[in-house]
Design a protein around this ligand. Structure first.
Ligand code: PEP
Length: 249
């Protein structure tokens, strides 16, 4: 069985004081957890994570990265800066980046490549809007988004990515895909990965994201192709985040 992975996406939330309490709470409650876990935090707090989490079972990472190497790109953060702070994961292509920063799937793919080249793991987000789901184009949309990344990777590197299926209509809304709905999309994504590299199809972790909470996490993560969660709101409370981590089978 693939190991489960639960990743907190703090989005643009946090303060040094609040982070210290949250991180200490998560570390203190991990005993007995079967899943791996990580937090993806705003870049200014990466140093704090490195200090608080080094040597613990909690990995950390960033929520975005430039596709460019260091240089004259004011306001951007490049992948080597993230490795400098011990990041293991970088979220790329979150729907909020796609929607508010007009990130194309092609740019997301270049970001994923930059993350891999720096020795970290990209968490590649894909997901359909409500209008796309209602139009029956969910699979076409997520396949196109994932395909852009797969097209840019040599087959041997495909196994190094993590994928997160996040229906846009479920993010931060309290609406969750049913386990069956999510499983159907995850199975499609896995088949698409397997078509590129069979071994990667079997091993790549595909996380579900979209209002995953303590009360629905176990059922979602019990699905054969749901390998964990990407958690927004519930990752900001240590108790809720831990309950989701402990819900992993
Ligand atoms: C997310 O931010 O990736 C997310 C899934 O948010 P939420 O859990 O709040 O829906």
């Amino acid at each position: 069985m693939r190991r489960k992975l639960v990743v907190g996406n703090w989005k643009m939330n946090g303060s040094r004081a609040a982070n210290a309490t949250l991180l200490a709470g998560v570390v203190a409650g991990l005993d007995g957890a079967r899943a791996d876990c990580a937090v993806c935090v705003p870049s200014p707090y990466l140093a704090q994570c490195q200090e608080a989490l080094a040597g613990s079972a909690v990995a950390w990472g960033a929520q975005d990265v430039s596709d460019k190497p260091c240089g004259a790109y004011t306001g951007e953060v490049c992948a080597s800066m993230l490795t400098d702070f011990g990041c293991r994961y970088v979220i790329v292509g979150h729907s909020e980046r796609r929607a508010y920063h007009a990130e194309s799937s092609d740019l997301v793919a270049r970001k994923a490549l930059a993350v891999l080249d720096a020795g970290m793991t990209p968490i590649v987000c894909v997901g359909e809007t409500l209008a796309e789901r209602e139009a029956g184009s969910t699979v076409a949309v997520v396949s196109r988004q994932l395909g852009a990344v797969l097209d840019m990777l040599a087959p041997a590197r495909v196994a190094q990515i993590v994928v997160a299926y996040e229906p846009v209509w479920a993010i931060g809304t309290g609406k969750t895909a049913t386990p069956a709905m999510a499983q159907e999309v995850h199975a499609q994504l896995r088949a698409q990965i397997a078509a590129k590299d069979a071994a990667a199809g079997a091993s790549v972790q595909i996380l579900y994201g979209g209002s995953m909470k303590p009360d629905n996490a176990a059922e979602l993560m019990a699905q054969p192709d749901i390998d964990g969660g990407l958690i927004g709101g519930a990752a900001l409370k240590a108790g809720d985040f831990l309950a989701i981590i402990h819900a992993a089978p």
